[in-house]
Design a binder for this molecule. Structure first.
Ligand SMILES: NC(=O)c1ccc[n+]([C@@H]2O[C@H](COP(=O)([O-])OP(=O)(O)OC[C@H]3O[C@@H](n4cnc5c(N)ncnc54)[C@H](OP(=O)(O)O)[C@@H]3O)[C@@H](O)[C@H]2O)c1
Length: 414
């Protein structure tokens, strides 16, 4: 693609700060690196104002998904060799400002404030700039600030993949549907409960810890404490369910197949898939085979009762992002609870908290530091020993100033 087809707001500096891992056993480090540039006509360059933490970020910096995601990059780049993912910048979503777009991009323009997700194999948004695709971007909702807007893109796209693409729920057929969500108070659960309620689902029951029951109820779900003595009786009483969305893969989640409808085409969708772990462990062919065997084992038990089982995976989806933006603006869904807002230099602490898998709602990193963060609850305890802190290994943090923004006039738009 010719560079002249790229549209830019201003000429930005050449470098940005990014948090990354340079080897999978090492800590997170902050480095100054080149700002990514647009190489394909469907790409969008975003100046990140806020980004969120997702458990996948913690796991990716430890090597999770290396095999499959580097092979995916190899296919995307038509390369003979599988590219290394290191140094790896994690971060799968953001709210920010469009700085440049490729010639084929429609729907967003330079200068627009947007919400966006970043495809799995691409360098992520835990940086001052990120590159993504046009079908992974939507205009930012107007009624919320940039911190709040960054809570939903990745979790909404993952929920959409599970609920719409796999379970085939949509606003037109949701009215009589009963759904059970395992992990209702986390990022995915918070998004999924609200999307289902906005579509008019008849009943959304969600498991969570006792501490988070009020939160799940406030989102519109029927909260069930997964530690209560009679949790199975409660689920039996609330069932049968047409759809189970499993965000935790616990014994209770597997048992809950029993509270699905029989011969009603009910589906159990799990977003906790063994595929990335299996391919990392056994390589691509045997890893996929191992996942397929696990899938068939799970499915066999269901098929006999006229139910089915599936894994679901995050996919960028502009239709989902546009609907989320619209739902926020017209009040159909609320921003999930923001457990804590971290500053750019606090990324390692945010990784520590996220890795515990007990986030209430979302963890946000304020990169632009433009406005006051929304009200937050008391901060959670931070673990003392952390694999993410630079201080635990002798790797320096480079503390750099943000890249200069040039005041030169923009290049000619073609
Ligand atoms: N397949 C994909 O493409 C994909 C995409 C995104 C995420 N995921 C996976 O999905 C999972 C959830 O992601 P997330 O962003 O929602 O994580 P999260 O924000 O960290 O939330 C995890 C939630 O799980 C709850 N939880 C922990 N133990 C539980 C249990 N035994 N029963 C029920 N709930 C329990 C926690 O609630 P309490 O504190 O109340 O216990 C917490 O709210 C992660 O494992 C992530 O890797 C997969």
């Amino acid at each position: 693609m010719r560079a002249s087809t790229v549209r830019r707001a201003t000429t930005v500096g050449n470098t940005m700060r990014a948090w990354m891992t340079e080897n999978y056993k090492g800590p997170l480090v902050c480095r100054e690196v080149s700002i990514p540039s647009i190489t394909q006509p469907n790409q969008v360059l975003i100046k990140v104002k806020a980004t969120s933490m997702n458990p996948i970020d913690c796991r990716m910096t430890e090597g999770y998904g290396d095999q499959i995601l580097s092979t995916w990059s190899q296919f995307e780049s038509f390369s003979f060799q599988r590219p290394s993912r290191l140094p790896l910048i994690a971060g799968r979503d953001c709210c920010g400002e469009v700085i440049a777009i490729g010639g084929n991009v429609t729907g967003v323009n330079v200068g627009d404030e947007v919400i966006a997700v970043v495809p799995g194999p691409w360098a992520g948004s835990h940086a001052e700039y990120v590159l993504t695709k046009s079908d992974a971007v939507a205009k930012k909702p107007l009624n919320v600030n940039y911190l709040e807007a960054s809570t939903l893109p990745y979790v909404a796209c993952t929920s959409w993949a599970a609920l719409v693409s796999v379970a085939r729920i949509n606003p037109n057929n949701a009215s009589g549907i009963r759904v059970l969500i395992h992990g209702g108070s986390g990022g995915i659960g918070s998004a999924a409960i609200q999307m289902l309620k906005a579509w008019g689902a008849e009943k959304v029951v969600a498991t969570c810890s006792e501490n988070n029951m009020n939160y799940v109820t406030s989102l519109g779900g029927i909260a069930v404490d997964y530690n209560s003595q009679d949790v199975k009786d409660q689920l039996i009483a609330e069932g049968p369910f047409d759809v189970i969305l499993d965000c935790v893969d616990t014994d209770l989640a597997r048992w809950s197949d029993k509270v699905m409808g029989v011969w009603r085409n009910s589906v159990h969708v799990s977003i906790v898939s063994p595929m990335l772990k299996d391919t990392d462990r056994y390589g691509i062919p045997f890893g996929l085979l191992s996942t397929a065997i696990k899938y068939f084992e799970r499915s066999c038990g269901s098929i006999g009762n006229g139910r089915w089982f599936s894994y679901a995976y995050f996919m960028p989806n502009s239709q989902c992002l546009n609907q989320i933006s619209e739902f926020i603006d017209n009040g159909k869904i609320k921003i999930p609870h923001i457990e804590k807002v971290y500053k750019f230099n606090e990324f390692p602490t945010a990784y520590d908290r996220c890795a515990l898998l007990h986030t209430k709602g979302k963890l946000i990193i304020d990169i632009a530091e433009e406005s006051l963060p929304p009200k937050i609850d008391s901060p959670p305890p931070s673990p003392t020993l952390s694999p993410y802190h630079p201080g635990t290994k002798s790797v320096p943090i480079i503390d750099l100033k943000p890249p200069p923004i040039s005041t030169e006039p923009p290049p000619v738009v073609v």
